[in-house]
Write a protein that binds this ligand. Structure first.
Ligand code: ZN
Length: 857
């Protein structure tokens, strides 16, 4: 490979690396501005003939290069902005020593080695390692790491890296440590942390009786907020043993909570780095949602130790091999720890709200992308969440027991290797004992499959016939798992079946003898047994029956949601509020059902603007908003008594994380939400009281958000009260920033005030997410007809392009739906994106996204 290898990386061009570096000794002499890094590599030729050796390196200050100890003449290498090319490596095996300098404090991209709060830390996935040291920075180059860290004792009393601590010494104010990781790993799994951190500790005994030390490192003052994270970690460790027989493989497992972090968390071997918001929690300052997110993400990163680290990737195209699989594992884990139906509802809602639109828009790509310019842009909901759906589909097709066997088989067969989705799929087929035709096409086809269903009655055979067609399936036919159930008009379940649909067509025949002659009511792809969209013209009455009696709680929930979307569809077209009683009746029915409280709260929650617009394919947000307010008010006045009762019944909650208490909080909050839409506004005092007397952050935040959403006259007081109480807690303030801009019209002015707030910081990704991402997800403001939202955000993206290209690019993805907007909006967006495209220092990250969206305009 040449240093200026073409801008686009293509899957079809993948070639194994001609050189490898199986062993590496790294030395860091830490300094905030001038850290010196030295790497000693064992270089090994892995192709037939000796050829030039290229090492990646970006933003590095080159110092020196030696081969087998001897300085290499400058005429023997070429340095470029992307790395160093050694023209004539002398032999197939040699030792290469290379030194460079970096400035962690000057690194605002938060990739490579950078400063956050009182620590230096790293983020290397996918290609950050090259910003630390010259290296063959690709996942198929596995290395045994030995890492020496040296630096000032007062600045860096804690010094961490992967694996085991071998040595530690202090001499004349200088500290030096040596870490060694016995497991070979690619560069992206390397981590280093150094700084003033508080260590907290726990232990775990594995199934085979080994003692594992668990440590969580936090900045001073946060040491009281780690107990939930420890509990989550221990649950995840136990679950992976119980479910898959997978045990942890080092004696030490560390987590570090980092304030400035571009993503959620990172699975570095033995040393996971986390966005602080996904570690720190106590009942006063964390919502139920953040507790659940902590449980899930701690598990996710821990599960990567096997699916990702022990068996890793051959190349970045195969990212979904570790991410889709690990998301599926963490979803399964949370299903087991909480409630399977509720967890599945949350996951499907997320998929529909974020992944389906991505897959229908300019960013659409297969879970195995064919090409990329900047890999950072491909940590997408498609690779992660659709990827997880494809793995779930495998488990549906072969059953969970065979899936477990298949996973164990895969992990033992490929332990220590970098592989592709093919090795995973064939392992599953080996466990299943048969091939799964068309499964591989799920990796190559983009877009959400749209399956159309046509039904008719066949007189001669006295059957009801459903013809299912995968409308876009000719190029890449797929395999589907179709869990279905048949009900009669009275809501009796007549039959349940799990069907395999292989290819573009399937035909389901239901004998009229089984339905007493009446038309059957069929529920297809229950619990979304395959990641598809359905075009199935069921009548309102049929949907309503399913919304009441479907025994699959997930499908029951979505049947009701579909009734709501149908109502919007009709009302938008007719321009008035259509017949609403079918929705009211269904809600009335739900009060008598005695469902699990959390489940019931989900059932009652009314879809938001973005969900509605995506589901009905309408982007006139003002109109949708008007109808939505009418609908919520109507529900509110119809069921005032019921909501009051639910509110009072669930008012006294205990601030603990149990299913019962979480359910009470949710049901109370949803009741309060509807009550606040009462036209008399007489229930606002309840929200005010909730906020003042809250024992749990979920109560406090809900009151705040609802008062803002209904534009209560108590709103300002509520906002100020919240701030005064929480001004010391940066993570809680993130919620406060978000709540003020995330809903409602004309939020640009308040956003401008808030970005000048002393506690806003554009260099902190959590703050950027709470302010700018929330704004861009508020359609009433962002997609306002005059285009002011687009121009406003573009100015911020321009600034972020210089500071943190990953954040700039991620924010720009929110322009994806602009081509669907009305009036001048697509043109205005085009103008703004073209301005970004011509920025003098346009980053690769931003350039790729802007280009992709522009090509859709
Ligand atoms: Zn992951």
């Amino acid at each position: 490979m040449t240093p200026s290898s073409s801008l686009v990386h293509k899957l079809e061009d993948y070639k194994p690396s001609p050189w490898l570096t199986p062993k590496l000794e790294l030395r860091f002499d830490l300094d905030l501005h001038m850290t010196v890094v030295r790497a000693d590599y064992d270089v090994v030729l892995s192709s037939e003939t000796i050829q030039p050796l290229f090492l990646n390196g970006e933003s590095l200050e080159f110092l020196s290069l030696r081969i087998d100890g001897a300085i290499v003449e400058p005429s023997e290498y070429q340095i470029s902005p992307t790395g160093i090319l050694i023209l004539h490596p002398p032999k197939p095996n040699f030792r290469l020593t290379i030194e460079n300098r970096i400035s962690p404090a000057g690194n605002t991209s938060l990739e490579g080695l950078y400063k956050s709060g009182s620590m230096l830390c790293t983020q290397n996935e996918p290609e950050g390692f090259r910003k630390i040291v010259y290296s063959i920075d690709r996942p198929d180059n596995m290395m045994r790491f030995r890492v020496t860290i040296a630096g000032d004792l007062t600045l860096f009393p804690v010094m961490l890296s992967n694996g085991n601590l071998l040595e530690e010494r202090v001499d004349a104010g200088k500290k030096e440590v040596i870490w060694e990781d016995p497991f070979p790993k690619p560069s992206y799994l390397f981590a280093l942390v150094a700084g003033e951190l508080v260590e907290t500790k726990d232990t775990f005994i594995t199934q085979s009786g080994r003692d594992i030390t668990l440590k969580i490192y936090v900045e001073k003052g946060n040491e009281e907020k780690v107990s939930f994270a420890f509990e989550s970690l221990k649950k995840a460790m136990r679950w992976d043993e119980d479910t898959f027989g997978l045990e942890y493989d080092l004696d030490l497992f560390m987590i570090v909570a980092v304030e400035d972090f571009n993503m959620g968390a990172m699975e570095n071997k033995g040393l996971n780095l986390f966005n602080a918001k996904l570690v720190l929690a106590d009942k006063k300052s964390a919502t139920d949602e953040s507790f659940e997110a902590i449980l899930a993400v701690i598990a996710h990163e821990y599960f990567h130790n096997w699916t990702g680290n022990r068996v890793t990737l051959r190349n970045w195209f195969n990212l979904t091999l570790k991410e889709g699989l690990t998301v599926f594992r963490d979803q399964w884990f949370t299903e087991d720890m909480t409630d399977p139906a509720v967890k599945r509802i949350k996951d499907v809602l997320f998929l529909k709200e974020f992944q389906f639109p991505e897959d229908q828009g300019p960013m659409s790509h297969p879970i195995l992308p064919k090409s990329y310019k900047e890999m950072n842009n491909f940590y997408t909901v498609t690779v992660y969440e659709k990827g997880a759906e494809v793995i779930r589909l495998v488990s549906e097709l072969i059953g969970r027991e065979k899936f477990k066997r298949g996973l164990k088989h895969y992990l033992s067969k490929y332990d220590g290797q970098g592989v592709t989705f093919e090795e995973f799929v064939s392992s599953m087929e080996e466990a299943a004992g048969n091939q799964i035709p068309y499964l591989r096409n799920w990796y190559h086809r983009s877009g959400t499959p749209l399956l159309s269903v046509k039904e008719h009655y066949a007189k001669d055979s006295n059957e009801w016939i459903l013809d299912i067609t995968d409308t876009g399936g000719n190029e890449y036919p797929l395999v589907f798992s179709n869990s279905l159930a048949v009900f009669d008009k009275e809501g009796q379940i007549l039959k349940e079946e799990k069907r395999l649909m292989s290819g573009v067509r399937d035909q389901i025949r239901i004998s009229a003898l089984d339905t007493n002659g009446t038309k059957p009511i069929v529920s297809l792809f229950r619990s979304l047994s395959s990641p598809i969209r359905l075009d199935y013209n069921q009548s309102e009455e049929e949907k309503q029956i399913l919304a009441k009696v479907e025994t699959d709680g997930v499908s029951r929930f979505f049947a009701f949601q579909n009734l709501i979307f149908d109502w919007f569809q009709k009302s938008i077209v007719s321009g008035q509020e259509e017949y609403f009683s079918i929705i009211l009746e269904t809600i009335a029915d739900s009060f008598g059902r005695n469902w699990d409280k959390t489940y019931h709260s989900f059932y009652l929650s009314f879809p938001g603007l973005t969900q509605i617009s995506e589901n009905i394919g309408c982007y006139e947000f003002q109109k949708i908003q008007k109808l939505r307010v009418w609908a919520v008010q109507t529900i509110s006045t119809t069921f005032t008594n019921q909501f009051q009762v639910l509110f009072e019944e669930n008012r006294k909650t205990i601030p603990i994380q149990t299913k019962e208490e979480i359910g009470k909080r949710r049901l109370k909050n949803i009741s309060l939400y509807y009550l606040l839409y009462d036209a008399t506004r007489k229930f606002e005092r309840l929200a005010v009281a909730e906020q003042r007397e809250a024992k749990h952050m979920s109560e406090e935040v809900s009151a705040l958000k609802f008062l803002i959403e209904v534009d209560s006259k108590e709103k300002e007081k509520s906002v100020n009260l919240f701030f005064d109480k929480w001004k010391q807690d940066s993570l809680v303030l993130d919620i406060w920033f978000a709540a003020q801009v995330g809903t409602g019209e004309n939020r640009l002015e308040i956003t401008e005030q808030l970005e000048n707030h002393p506690q806003f910081n554009v260099r902190n990704p959590n703050k950027v997410r709470s302010l700018y991402f929330s704004l861009a997800r508020n359609p009433l403001t962002f997609h306002k007809e005059d285009g002011s939202g687009y121009s406003f955000l573009a100015k911020r993206i321009k600034i972020l392009n210089e500071i943190n290209p990953q954040m700039a690019a991620a924010l720009t993805k929110l322009y994806s739906p602009v081509s669907k907007q009305k009036g001048e909006l697509p043109q205005i967006a085009k103008r703004e994106l073209e301005t970004l495209a011509s920025l003098p220092n346009l980053s690769k990250e931003l350039g790729e996204i802007v280009g992709t969206i522009l090509s859709s305009l």
